[in-house]
Design a protein around this ligand. Sequence first.
Ligand code: ADP
Length: 187
Amino acid sequence: MRIVLMGPPGAGKGTQAVSLASQLGIPHISTGDIFRSNVSAETELGLLAKKYMDAGEYVPDTVTNEMVKHRLAQSDAAAGFLLDGYPRTVAQVAELDAILQKLGSKVDLVIELTVDIDEVVSRLVQRAAQQGRTDDSEDVIRRRLEVYGEQTAPLIEAYRARGLLKAVDGMGEIEQVRARLNQLVAS
Ligand code: ADP
């Protein structure tokens, strides 16, 4: 199964993606995690990405696309994957299609995790306090939600038009949301 998981920052994508991918036995590929590990390791990619991430902006498509292309070509992704945080722009959708077409596959399912925006802001503020993420200050949180609405929300409509989209209610306890997701992929 080739799955894309979408939803605004703070929707709980990361948490749910980890368990869903392990349930399905496919790798969880998070562009945010890959960027963060590059930032920690102070790689060239990390140094470049950090200034965008800290401002709540997207890393440029050329950089992100190249990174994802490389990751999807690895053997563990051949039989399926769960993409978390990618694609996030119209150009990334086109690139993902092209990457998969070359590999002889395609996206099977796009899951939208839906949440209410007040809930999202309070989750992010809480996470900032717990994890000390430098991209979680209140101004940056607001900017990330704005960027999501401008650049990423339209992708949901594009995937819906292709008949690939399924929405899952992301509100409630982690376990409840997990059960909803498991039920969706089992059906
Ligand atoms: P969240 O889901 O909380 O927004 P992520 O961990 O997915 O956070 O991503 C953190 C940051 O990494 C983003 O704000 C952005 O700067 C960068 N990033 C992650 N994925 C992408 C992407 N597909 N395109 C551009 N930038 C990305």
